[in-house]
Design a protein around this ligand. Sequence first.
Ligand SMILES: [Zn+2]
Length: 376
Amino acid sequence: MKKHPKTLRTLLRITLLVVLCLLVLVKFDKREEKVTNIIYMVGDGMGVAHISAAQIAKDYKPLNMERADYVGLCKTNSANSRVTDSAAAGTALATGHKTNNGMIGMTPDSVAHPSIRERAELAGMPTGIVVTYPVTNATPATFVGHVPNRHWEDDIATYYISNEVDVIIGGGSKRFDQRGDGRNLLDTLSARGYVVAKELAEIEAVESGKVVVLPTEDSTPSYLHGRGDFLPNATAKALEILTNNAQKSDSGFFLMVEGSQIDGKAHGHDLEGMLAEIYDFDAAVNVAFDYADEHPGTLVVVTADHETGGLTIVNGNRKFDIHDLEVDFAWTTGGHTGGMVPIFAYGTGAENFSGVLDNTDLPKIMCRLLGLDYEE
Ligand SMILES: [Zn+2]
């Protein structure tokens, strides 16, 4: 070795040069990579304080959301209120349009506007919806339907017939098979080739095609009341099916996942329940981020529709003594608040979701990245 120091040095230099070239190429490649798949994740009612509470309760062990490459803030006001509800916020996140509280997928003048999911479906992409509240609840409703009143859930269910959502997983079977009009929409879906199931376990062997899994008549149970790993498991299953369907249609896919019950626990000022829902949603985020690692071209955007409960984190003894680790989690309202909510973006195209954005910006940016038309 001592015999050829010059040769060794030259070799080392060449190796270093090659490694540098490769690194530049990889970086360039990542920038040039096209977004083909989008996983859009909504933590209902999940404000910055909720996430902070989740960090504190685990002694700052990083949440999976903290893996995000880019972080932004999102304004949440609706067309008729500084404090939005889930219907108007969902409409903004899904269609790019502000509307009045209570309205689904349409502007205040009752004109319907397609959601990012509908645009993806029209472009031939397989799509999916995974939630823990009924699939006819406000947030998922804004990705499929167009009604002036969020409570018209029987009507919202019919949009799962007029649309073709490849993967439908959540609660709310009664809107499909115990309807006011006597129709059985599960029979209709079955006749159209859907695998209709009551449990995720029933579709374990299903790797592609169309599935509807509605384990409960109404909402699925909360995490602390036995839902288990339904949400992260459903997210993983949806990704498997959508990946295979996308391969067949030579396209990408669009999946919306909602951590639905964070909101309900915050409305009820149930801190323990709320934290369990956040950790569960965060487990689903991990599934999506891991998927993005393994599948270049995948963008994951995690956000919330609004903050619920006006959660604040104050010093337990109010002395603000640095040695005192005690905190109080204080709720200031039983409703929603008008503050901004976080955005965590990961994977290809994540850099487009940093800074301060309006909730209407998100689907517009997603359309641009997928190469889909977006008309105002
Ligand atoms: Zn909400």
